[in-house]
Write a protein that binds this ligand. Structure first.
Ligand code: C2E
Ligand code: MG
Ligand code: MG
Ligand code: MG
Length: 291
């Protein structure tokens, strides 16, 4: 009896595995086609500078819609990383974002600084330096407009090449932001080893920062550590006025999250830019700002 049960469990397991593998294989094939066909689209999430209460930039986030619904971005990014498609995807994203930024600048809008997520895999191949330099020149984009976001991951594994790539692009004028800070191995030494100008506090801290004493003190510590190294801080995934209020008091410079705006299609961002950034902080919060 037990043997039978074991057998049916293992075949159920195999069935599930088959479904997972088939989805993977299909995703890889379709992703390859989507990249060639230009079917991936960029959305942009506005970022708010707290002191001035103004729109100060955007984070570009890639979107892939199939038959009317979106494939979760982390899922296909993962597939791209595992299959080596990630380099192509990062290049594609850079091209899309540069086109958009050039269009905004040409139309007389000020999009602030625009952040692009690059996979840490792309920081293992020095060719990204020349690629970015020529793309900036081709689109006529001032390098200071562009910020690249990376999470720790592979940075730890091959310190030397990542360092050289980051320093070369920093010398060109591109900025660096460390994403999802606080979730991985991130340490003080880490921030000093690489040329970061910005640190993004992970949403996991932000979620309950106003009610969880440990997360509150971690967040304060991260902010003051960043500031002592001359690194600006942005909080991601800010959804409520309570979170915002805490972050403002703690000296965080910028926020990003549903409280201000979800990621939007480019056309909606253009409207926001035409509308001077839309939302302002509630007066009551501004008056409580200790700075
Ligand atoms: P990330 O860079 O940390 O991006 C933040 C994620 O949080 C985004 O998910 C964004 O849509 C979501 N988000 C923003 N505000 C809120 C909020 O207030 N509440 C909640 N619940 N979520 C919020 P998304 O777009 O699914 O991206 C997930 C991850 O995939 C990104 O994490 C990034 O690591 C990666 N990724 C996204 N776009 C790209 C890209 O163009 N290239 C590469 N290489 N990776 C990308
Ligand atoms: Mg990011
Ligand atoms: Mg993040
Ligand atoms: Mg993330």
């Amino acid at each position: 009896k037990a043997k039978e049960r074991g057998k049916s469990q293992s075949s159920r397991f195999e069935l599930t595995m088959n479904v997972v593998i088939q989805r993977r294989v299909a995703l890889e094939r379709n992703l390859r086609q989507a990249l060639t066909a230009g079917a991936l689209v960029m959305h942009y999430q506005p970022q708010l500078e707290l002191e001035s209460s103004t729109l100060c930039g955007f984070e570009a986030l890639v979107r892939w819609q199939v038959d009317g619904s979106y494939i979760p971005t982390p899922e296909f990014i993962h597939v791209a990383e595992e299959t080596g498609l990630i380099k192509e995807l990062d290049h594609y994203v850079i091209e899309q974002v540069f086109m958009q930024v050039a269009a905004w600048l040409k139309a007389g809008y000020d999009p602030g600084e625009v952040a692009i997520n690059v996979s840490t895999y792309s920081l293992q191949d020095y060719s990204i330096v020349a690629h970015l330099e020529s793309a900036l020149a081709r689109h006529g984009i001032p390098p200071a407009r562009i910020k690249l976001e990376v999470t720790e991951g592979l940075l730890m594994k091959n310190v030397d090449i990542a360092q050289r790539i980051m320093q070369a692009l920093r010398a060109v004028g591109i900025k660096w932001s460390i994403d999802d800070f606080g979730t991985g191995y991130s340490a003080l030494s880490y921030l000093r080893r690489y040329p970061f100008q910005q640190l993004k506090i992970d949403k996991a801290f932000v979620d309950d920062v106003h009610i969880n004493i440990e997360n509150a003190s971690m967040t304060r510590a991260i902010i003051s550590m960043a500031h002592s190294l001359g690194i600006a801080v942005v909080a991601e995934g800010v959804e409520t006025v309570e979170q915002l209020s805490f972050l403002l008091q703690a000296g965080c410079e910028q926020i990003q999250g549903y409280y201000y705006s979800p990621p939007l299609p480019a056309a909606s961002c253009t409207q926001l830019l035409a509308n001077d950034g839309g939302l302002r902080l509630p007066e009551v919060l501004l008056h409580r700002n200790p700075r």
